[in-house]
Every structure is written in C-alpha cells, then in structure tokens.
Design a protein around this ligand. Structure first.
Ligand SMILES: NC(=O)C1=CN([C@@H]2O[C@H](COP(=O)(O)OP(=O)(O)OC[C@H]3O[C@@H](n4cnc5c(N)ncnc54)[C@H](OP(=O)(O)O)[C@@H]3O)[C@@H](O)[C@H]2O)C=CC1
Ligand SMILES: O=C(CO)[C@H](O)[C@H](O)COP(=O)(O)O
Length: 544
C-alpha cells in the first residue's frame, strides 16, 4: 500500500529503470527529477495509490532517494532533503510516524509532491530510483541490523544504504563487509545538529567507499549547513571513519557542555550572579572567542522562567541534577583508553554525568561528608573574566584531546584523515559549532602533522595568556569545595603536557620494575635496565 502526499506526485508500483549509478549522480546534481513521470491525477494525503487507468501514460515517478526511520532526526532530515528539491520516499516501522511526516510535509514544503510516505517496505523500495540510495535513521545497534535485514531482500546490486545514526564504527564496518558481498554499498554517516540541524542544515560526516560518497555527494552538499568556506560535509574516509568522527564530536560535545556547566556553577555559587546576570554574561561571551551554539543556548536557558511552578524562578534551577547519556561519550572514552590517548577533559565530563546520576547517594552523603561552605566573592567582575579564561583554555585542551584521538585512530586504521577539514565541517550545523573551529582549521592548515593543538603557535599564546585566570578559578573551586572536574582535569593536562620531565612517572616506572621486573630506561642512555630494588640494588642491562 503506498501513501502519497498531495499535489501531482504519485507512486504507482513498478519503478522506472535508471540503470547506471552515473545517471543517478547526475540527477542528484541537477536536482532534476529523472525517472519521475508525472501523473495527471491529483491525490490526497494518505490516499491509497491505485494504477492510474485513465491517463494512458505510465504514471510512475521515482524518488531520488529513500529514508527509513521517521523519529526526530529522520523526519526532519527527510523534509530538509525534499525542501532542497530532491524527491524522497519515506518509511517508518510504525506507520503513525509516516502519517506525521507526510502531514508535516504538507504544511512545511513548498512542493509537497516531492515527499512520498509509504507503509509497505517493498513499495517504499520500489519507489526509489535505481541504483537506490536509502538513508536509515533508526536507533543504533539491533534496530539497524533489523532494518537492514528487512531492506536487503528488496534491494539490488549497486544499491546503497547510508546509516545516519550514532552507530559504533565497527558495526558499520561489519555491515559494510557483509553487504559488499551482495554488491550493496554501505556508508556510516554521522549527522549532527539535533532536530533543527536535521531540518535546516546539519553537519554531515559520511564515511565509506569513495564511489558511494560520489553518488550522494550532490544531495549531501545541498542539505548540509553552509558556512563561509563551503557545505558542512566532506568524505571523511573509508570504513567506519564517519561514525568515528561523529562519536568524537559527541565526546567533545560532552566536554563543552560540562565546561559550560562548571562556569555556571562557579559564577552562580561563588560569584553570586543572578540568572539575569548569568544570561548577560553568556550573551557577552557569545560575542567573543567563546562564540558557539552551546554558549548561545546557555544564555537562552538562563532566561527561561519556570512556568510549571509559575513562581518567577528560572527553570534551570528546578531541573533534576541527573544528566543522561546515550553512549557516544562512553564510546569515546573506551576508544581513548584502547588507543592510549589521554583525554582527561572528556573523561571528567563523562564521570560528571555518572556522578550526577548518584543523586540519592549524594543527598545522603551531604549529611556525612563535611567540607568548606563556599563564600560569595566580592570580586564578581574579576571572577567572570577568570572563568571566561578557564573555559576557553579548558576548551582548547578538550579539542586537542578529541583531535588527537581522531588522528591516532586514523593512522592506525589507514584512514588518511584531514583534521583541518573535519574542524571546518563542525563550524556549522552541529551541536559544537563555534567560531573557534576556524582557528583549529587554521592550525592544521599551518601544520597538518601537528602533534597537539596545544603547541600550535596561536593556541600556545592564548593558553599562556589565559592561564593566570584559569589557575585562579581551579584554586578557588578547590578551596571553596565546589566541583569543577573538567576545568581542573584540563589544567592538569596542560601542566603535564608542558613538563619535559614528570617525576611521578619516574617513580611509577621504578615501582613497576621493583614488583614486576617490568624494566625501565634511563634518561641518560637508551638501554633497557632491571634493578634488584628489593635485595642488593644491583642493576643489569637487559637490552638496548
Ligand atoms: N535525537 C538527536 O538529537 C540525534 C540523534 N542522532 C542519532 O540518529 C538516530 C535516530 O535518532 P532519533 O531520531 O532521535 O530516533 P531514535 O534514536 O529515538 O530512534 C527511533 C527510530 O528507530 C526506530 N526503531 C527502533 N527500534 C527499531 C527496530 N527494532 N526496528 C526498526 N526500527 C526501529 C523507530 O521506529 P518506531 O517508530 O517504529 O519505533 C524510530 O524510527 C539515532 O542513532 C540517534 O543516536 C544523531 C544526532 C542527533
Ligand atoms: O548526537 C547527538 C548530538 O550531537 C545526540 O543528541 C546525542 O543523543 C547526544 O548524546 P547524549 O544523549 O549522550 O547526551
């Protein structure tokens, strides 16, 4: 059963053949609706389509692309695609979401005929131009496997599936390998920007075969957010590279959110700023180096009143202090641990979410564990500037960690990643979009092999000038007993990285050799040693 949306566009069963992927690509590029034959009959939303006996013409119009999964992301991305002039067929496991999507298309699109909803997967698949490109936006994991399982028997060689969800990159690689044996191409494409980004222009991080990218690039470039230096999309790399970069984007997102949360806590608890003052501070910060989507929405959040209690207080003060997490932050840390890439800002942001979830324990512990009661400062203005510096410097550390993790994995997996270009496509559309990303792009432009953003000449200067305020904020939070784990983890990261010699590491390596004969090297030679620390203290050369 096919349901179509308004106007003159109908789907009447058998698809018109558009045989080569080349033709497909060209049609994407021009936005011309190749293979769509117009019916003369007008159809109503949700009306069952029957063969058009009267017109005499083969009234078949095929969609440029298909999309499965019409929850928040899928529905909005599908509308975005149609709005950019590409005809789209959509399908969802539960048909009510298809109805919702079709209704929205009717209300929101200038040409609703470009949007066709289906309640039967076979008809959905048959409504798409060959070779078919189908985007999936369903829950990651088993639902993706289930969707692929349902789609594959209906697909043909040369067709392509693009998973737009937040998927574990190795799942994408596994699926890609399995599907390539059937001649079906598979891409894992990170999509960021939430509901609004999907609808009006997300940042897109597609990974997979070059040929697959080429065939959908014209559509993706049109639907992505547009910034001063182009659309927020490029081919990230092969295999699961797109999912990987999206996962790190989310790890960085965790860091940004936690750092802003800590700035809020310090300014509120030690600075004594009112919500109105906080809104002004975040608004002001959004005009400078910190200009970003997350700072902007924070300023807005400060201004929203609690309309449930209706007592004039701000809503954020009433929100339960438990932060959820869907998994990408955890995956980022699993990867950081697996690859041995220090990422303490992101780790502390994840820990902060886990600690927040221990609400009942924290409330009980508050009665038992004593510490300082924070005093409100009389130096409010100076504190605001110090916190701004702490936030900026910590943010640089957080991005350095995320970019290093991407770099390391790219090298280990031979992905040949372009870090500057990755920073560029995060400038618009996504949750971490920020002016600051231009600086990261420039840093990698100056040196694509940069071992850390921290030592880029521009960032090094900025960190130097921010560090006094940064240190004051961390000291203050320690002495006042309020928590700023991401500020302080970032500062330790900075201080460890800038110390050519770490005495604690000298001792820990000595301890390892003491109890486990794990050997050590010396500062003054390149040989490998073991010392009988517990007996006669005699040292042997083990190797070189
Ligand atoms: N929400 C956001 O802001 C963002 C989400 N993402 C990612 O995009 C993807 C989609 O996210 P979102 O739109 O929030 O939707 P959800 O992650 O909530 O997923 C809902 C969709 O998955 C389908 N689904 C669930 N289980 C199954 C199953 N077993 N078989 C087939 N389909 C199933 C649902 O179908 P049904 O309606 O029938 O239940 C529905 O279409 C996810 O991977 C998410 O992580 C990425 C960026 C931002
Ligand atoms: O991908 C996203 C934004 O980029 C999603 O909103 C994701 O759900 C955010 O992660 P979490 O739910 O763990 O905070």
């Amino acid at each position: 059963m096919a349901f179509v949306f308004g106007g003159t566009s109908v789907f009447l069963g058998k698809p018109v053949n558009v045989d080569s992927r080349h033709a497909h690509a060209c049609s994407h590029g021009s936005g011309v609706r190749l293979g769509r034959l117009r019916s003369s009959s007008v159809r109503m939303v949700g009306m069952e389509v029957k063969p058009d006996k009267g017109s005499g013409s083969s009234a078949v119009e095929l969609s440029k692309i298909g999309l499965v999964g019409l929850a928040v992301m899928g529905q909005n991305l599908a509308l975005n695609i149609a709005e950019k002039g590409f005809s789209i067929s959509v399908f969802n496991r539960s048909s009510s979401k298809t109805d919702d999507a079709v209704a929205r298309a009717q209300g929101e699109l200038e040409d609703p005929a470009l949007f066709s909803g289906f309640k039967d997967m076979k008809e959905f698949v048959e409504s798409i131009e060959r070779p078919r490109s189908i985007i999936m936006l369903v829950k990651a994991g088993a639902p993706v496997d289930a969707t692929i399982e349902a789609l594959v028997p209906l697909l043909e060689e040369g067709d392509m599936i693009i998973d737009g969800g937040n998927e574990w990159f190795e799942n994408t690689e596994r699926r890609s390998e399995a599907l390539s044996k059937k001649g079906i191409m598979y891409m894992g494409m990170g999509v960021s920007g939430g509901e609004e980004g999907a609808r009006f222009g997300p940042s897109l991080m597609p990974g997979g075969p070059e040929e697959a990218w080429q065939s959908v690039a014209p559509i993706l470039k049109k639907i992505a957010a547009q910034v001063d230096d182009g659309p927020c999309v490029f081919h990230i790399g092969p295999g699961g590279a797109g999912n990987y970069v999206k996962m790190i984007h989310n790890g960085i997102e965790y860091g940004d959110m936690q750092l802003i949360g800590e700035a809020y806590d310090v300014l509120r608890t030690i600075g004594g700023l009112t919500p109105d003052q906080l809104a002004d501070v975040f608004t002001e910060w959004n005009k400078g180096d910190l200009k970003s989507f997350l700072i902007e929405i924070t300023a807005n959040i400060m201004a929203i009143k609690d309309d449930v209690a209706g007592d004039g207080s701000v809503l954020v003060e009433k929100v339960l202090d438990k932060t959820g997490a869907k998994g990408t932050g955890m995956w980022t840390m699993e990867e950081a641990v697996r690859r041995g890439v220090p990422s303490p800002t992101i780790a502390s942001s994840l820990d902060a979410r886990y600690l927040s979830s221990l609400k009942e324990e924290r409330v009980a512990a508050e009665e038992i564990l004593k510490g300082p009661t924070p005093a409100i400062t009389s130096e409010q203005k100076a504190l605001v500037e110090d916190v701004r510096q702490a936030l900026y410097a910590s943010k640089v550390c957080s991005y350095a960690q995320g970019m290093n993790l991407i770099k390391q994995t790219g090298v280990e997996n031979n992905w040949d990643l372009n870090l500057g270009e990755i920073a560029r496509i995060w400038k618009g559309g996504c949750i971490i979009r920020a002016q600051f990303l231009d600086r990261i792009k420039e840093a990698y432009g100056r040196n694509p092999e940069l071992s850390s953003l921290l030592i880029d000449e521009q960032f090094a200067k900025e960190l130097e000038s921010a560090q006094e305020g940064w240190r004051r904020v961390v000291s203050l939070t320690v002495s006042e007993g309020i928590t700023a784990p991401a500020f302080s983890a970032s500062l330790s990261y900075y201080d460890s990285y800038r110390r050519g010699r770490l005495p604690s590491s000298q001792l820990v390596q000595s301890q390892r050799d003491y109890f486990g004969a794990h050997t050590y090297k010396r500062l003054d030679t390149d040989k490998v040693y073991h010392t009988r620390w517990s007996s006669d203290g005699v040292t042997e050369v083990i190797g070189s």
